[in-house]
Design a protein around this ligand. Structure first.
Ligand SMILES: NC(=O)c1ccc[n+]([C@@H]2O[C@H](COP(=O)([O-])OP(=O)(O)OC[C@H]3O[C@@H](n4cnc5c(N)ncnc54)[C@H](O)[C@@H]3O)[C@@H](O)[C@H]2O)c1
Length: 373
């Protein structure tokens, strides 16, 4: 058995660090000690350290790695910075939990997984929707063969008005993309996972950015824009800087013939909706409240399973983070299977990259254009 507890550090001390990663580490004293936080501004790092009683605060990440030598780090900075921090962490021998999306393109993601394998370290993307009990049940049914081969899937991850107003989600240079990278990525990951990570053949799609630059169009609650537990410092982004998509819709063909259609939005004149449906040869389902569509003998049957889940973190708005951070410790200490596998994150990244290329070029993009350019 490895050293226990694991020494953890958190890079980036904004919303998701405060509301998910830090409380999760601190609630698992058997597995972790949280020894340091780092942010680009010392004031923010220090404030966080004081608030949560964390030993050390840094604004220099190299110094943090050298002095603290963490076993594991959480990367909670804007998405365009993830890959560089992950690379540095792996080079310093730390395991990595990285906020989604792990990286902005397939090549960068592949390099990170290759480096992790070379260094014998774990790297996992925080795809926390997977811990929703109904999604776990859907995965279970798919794995057990209850659905039969899945030939069609679709999801909607639609906020009517819900552009994150804090941070730098609105800038491509900081975040790589808009609603697909931030919000749709959760559903895309869940769909890929439930479908068994099929090889993708091609992707096409379109984007729109109609509301982000209009001050009057973004009135919403923090909960509806992705911060159900609030944020520490309220501030509204500068609308003139908004240069990412607020709506994305696409279609993915897989080599096994299956098709996945999707739409996702931070802001669109459509009903807000978060659902995932799939059709298999033996049964289909719809989420978020699991209903199975099947046949019992000669009778069509809608089956609503009673799904009980009484985990210790269920009450928390970011409970998925707690389970994922627990899974990382149990993987490192007891070889428990990782929840989010490298090949799934590689596929998700390739699909997001392919989608943006397809939307920019106005045509279908083949998998080999992204994965073997
Ligand atoms: N899994 C989820 O449910 C979920 C939810 C929200 C956000 N996220 C992800 O978490 C990440 C952060 O989001 P957030 O809402 O916490 O944003 P945020 O803006 O609240 O926090 C980001 C923090 O990173 C710091 N930072 C920025 N650049 C840095 C740098 N170069 N070096 C060090 N620190 C730097 C900022 O000062 C800030 O404190 C994003 O990748 C986002 O996609 C995930």
């Amino acid at each position: 058995m490895k050293k226990q507890p694991l020494k953890a550090a958190v890079i980036g001390t904004g919303m998701i660090a405060h509301k998910a990663h830090i409380p999760a580490y601190q609630s698992m004293a058997d597995y972790y000690t949280l020894d340091a936080v780092m942010d680009k501004t010392m004031a923010s790092a220090q404030q966080t350290a004081d608030l949560f009683g964390i030993k050390s605060a840094y604004d220099d990440v190299q110094k943090m790695f050298l002095e603290v030598q963490p076993d594991i780090v959480s990367i909670c900075t804007p998405s365009a910075t993830h890959a560089a921090f992950a690379r540095l962490a792996l080079q310093h021998g730390a395991h990595v939990l990285c906020e989604k999306p792990l990286a902005l393109c397939y090549k960068e993601t592949k390099e990170l997984f290759d480096l992790a394998a070379k260094q014998n370290r774990m790297i996992m993307a925080c795809q926390t929707l997977r811990y929703h009990p109904d999604y776990l049940a859907a995965h279970h049914y798919a794995q057990a063969g209850t659905l039969g081969p899945i030939y069609y899937a679709e999801f909607s991850a639609i906020r009517r008005r819900g552009i994150p107003t804090w941070g730098s989600f609105h800038r491509k240079a900081a975040s790589g993309g808009g609603c697909l990278s931030d919000l749709g990525v959760h559903m895309l990951d869940a769909a890929i996972w439930i479908m068994g990570c099929p090889r993708f053949a091609s992707i096409t799609g379109t984007t729109a950015a109609l509301f982000g630059q209009r001050e009057e169009q973004v009135h919403t609650s923090l909960a509806e824009s992705g911060a159900p537990a609030g944020i520490s410092t309220k501030r509204r982004y500068n609308p003139s800087e908004f240069d990412v998509e607020g709506f994305a819709a696409g279609s993915i063909r897989f080599e096994n013939g299956a098709l996945l259609n999707f739409k996702t939005a931070w802001a669109v004149n459509l009903p807000p909706r978060f659902n995932l449906t799939m059709a298999g040869e033996k049964a289909g389902f719809s989420l978020p409240e699991m209903t199975l569509y099947s046949v019992l003998h000669q009778y069509q049957a809608d089956i609503t399973p009673r799904i009980f889940h009484e985990g210790p973190y269920d009450h928390h708005p970011f409970s998925g983070h707690f389970y994922l951070i627990e899974n990382a410790a149990r993987h490192l200490l007891y070889q428990e299977d990782l929840m989010v596998k490298p090949q799934e994150t590689l596929l998700v990244t390739a699909l997001i990259e392919g989608f943006y290329v397809a939307a920019a070029k106005g045509r279908e993009v083949r998998a080999d254009e992204i994965m073997n350019p």
